[in-house]
Design a protein around this ligand. Structure first.
Ligand code: NAP
Length: 224
C-alpha cells in the first residue's frame, strides 16, 4: 500500500491532489494547520488528518512522529503575501512570512520526512511551485513584480534541485498547476483546482525510471 502526505490540503489544489491519490488506491494523510478544517476535509474525502503547520517545527516533528511509513510527499502549502511588495515598496515582514511558508516550510517538512521516504521502495517528492518562479519566464514576460511570492517560488525551484541532487534514490520534482481559481487568488484563475492537481499527481506517481530534479506542468517540462 502506498502512503502519501499532502501539506496545506484542507482546500484548493491540495484537497484535489488528496482526492486523486485516494482514487489511485493510496492511503493519504491530509495535512492542515487548522484541526477543525483539516478533520472535516479529511472526513469528507476519506483521508487521514494530520495537524501540520509548515512554519511550526514542533507541529512538523509531531506529524512525522505520528506517521509510520511514507512513499509520497507533496509540499503543497503556500501563501502569496498579497499582490503588493513591488521593488521600492517592499514590506520585508510580509516577504519573510511568505518565504517562511513557501521555502523554509518546505525544507522543514522535507527534512522531517526524509528518514521515512528513504525507507520507501518508490519514494517521490513533489514541490508545488509556479511558472512565475521561472527566471526564464520572468525575463521574457510581464509577470507580477512581487518580491514575496515570485522569488519564493524561484527559491523553491532551487531547493527542489538541491534535494534531487542529494537524494538520487527519490524522484523529486517541482510542479506548476497553472492559474487556478482558488482562495489564493480570490478565484481569479481560469483553471479549476482539479485541473491544477494534474501535474502534481503525475509527478507523485512517476515510474522508477521517471525524471528527477525537473520542473513540470501537465504538458511537460518547463524552463527554470
Ligand atoms: P489555497 O486554496 O489558498 O490553499 C493553500 C493551502 O495552504 C490552504 O490549505 C492553507 O491552509 C495552506 N497553508 C497556508 N499556510 C500554511 C502553513 N503555514 N501550514 C500549513 N498549511 C498552510 O491555494 P492553492 O491555489 O490551492 O495553492 C496550493 C499551492 O499551489 C500553493 O503552493 C500555491 O503557491 C501553488 N500555486 C497555485 C496557483 C493557483 O493559481 N492557484 C498557481 C501556481 C502555484 P488554510 O486554509 O489554513 O489557510
Amino acid at each position: 500500500m502506498t502512503t502519501a502526505l499532502v501539506t496545506g490540503a484542507n482546500k484548493g489544489i491540495g484537497l484535489e491532489i488528496v482526492k486523486r491519490l485516494i482514487d489511485k488506491g493510496m492511503t493519504v494523510y491530509l495535512g492542515a494547520r487548522d484541526a477543525e478544517k483539516g478533520e472535516k476535509a479529511a472526513a469528507d474525502v476519506g483521508a487521514r488528518f494530520v495537524q501540520l503547520d509548515v512554519t511550526d517545527a514542533e507541529s512538523v516533528r509531531r506529524a512525522a512522529a505520528s506517521i509510520e511509513e511514507l512513499d509520497v510527499l507533496v509540499n503543497n502549502a503556500g501563501i502569496t503575501g498579497g499582490r503588493a511588495n513591488a521593488p521600492g515598496q517592499a514590506d520585508v515582514d510580509v516577504i519573510r512570512d511568505v518565504f517562511d511558508t513557501n521555502v523554509f516550510g518546505v525544507i522543514t517538512v522535507t527534512e522531517a520526512f526524509l528518514p521515512l521516504l528513504r525507507k520507501s521502495a518508490h519514494p517521490r517528492i513533489v514541490n508545488m511551485s509556479s511558472m512565475v518562479g521561472s527566471l526564464t519566464h520572468m525575463l521574457a514576460n510581464e509577470t507580477p513584480n512581487s518580491l514575496a511570492y515570485v522569488p519564493s517560488k524561484t527559491a523553491l525551484n532551487a531547493v527542489t534541485v538541491s534535494y534531487a541532487k542529494a537524494e538520487p534514490g527519490i524522484r523529486i520534482n517541482a510542479a506548476c498547476p497553472g492559474y487556478c481559481a482558488t482562495d489564493l487568488n480570490n478565484h481569479s484563475g481560469y483553471r479549476t483546482a482539479a485541473q491544477g492537481a494534474n501535474a502534481a499527481v503525475t509527478l507523485a506517481t512517476l515510474d522508477d525510471d521517471g525524471p528527477t530534479g525537473g520542473f513540470y506542468d501537465e504538458d511537460g517540462a518547463l524552463p527554470w
